[in-house]
Design a protein. Structure first.
Length: 182
């Protein structure tokens, strides 16, 4: 079980099936806000959908599984952050994240991204991390910009969101470029 202490208020705890109810409640209570940028919201209709998502992660052997964590702020579960599409052979991954609206603009996600990057480079020995943000999702795109990621370009029709394909900004950072300190 991976648990990463970000600071005195924030902990990233590897997701477990027992987190399903709390995660579903977070999604359900903030559905209108979250669905603006997250394609999975409309297909997450009941707790069983969240359990299926968690099972899909836990099904894989630990040595090839993407690390997905619950963001815990002052002992309250407020969102998720994790790796996706990790390619261990080529030593690269993507970071995805979301939190409940009431916890936005507190630096929680930025600090959590820093911790995940440190873990990816120093523990998993990965070489490349990317973050994709839907065009117009300024809150999300501020994070890779602040952390000195390089803008690589636009992925056209990157995601089907609310019935329409949207483009995404693609940012990346390499291990030897990572110098950010809190």
């Amino acid at each position: 079980m991976v648990e990463l202490k970000v600071d005195s208020e924030i902990v990233l705890k590897e997701i477990e099936l027992s987190d399903a109810e709390d995660i579903f409640k977070l999604i359900d209570s903030d559905r209108k806000n979250l669905r603006t940028w997250l394609s999975f919201i409309d297909s997450t209709k009941e707790i069983e959908d969240t359990k299926d998502f968690i099972r899909s992660i836990l099904f894989l052997p630990k040595d090839i599984r993407d690390l997905v964590t619950v963001i815990i702020y002052n002992e309250q579960k407020i969102g998720l952050i994790g790796f996706k599409l990790t390619d261990f052979v080529n030593k690269k991954t993507e970071i995805g994240y979301w939190i409940s609206k009431e916890f936005e603009n507190k630096g929680i996600v930025t600090k959590s991204v820093v911790k995940m990057i440190d873990y990816a480079f120093n523990t998993l020995n990965l070489n490349r991390i990317q973050i994709k943000c839907g065009i117009g999702n300024e809150k999300s795109s501020k994070i890779p910009k602040k952390l000195n990621f390089k803008f690589e370009g636009i992925e056209r029709s990157a995601e089907l969101l609310n019935g329409k394909f949207i483009d995404a900004e693609v940012y990346s950072i390499l291990k030897d470029e990572w110098t950010f300190k809190n």
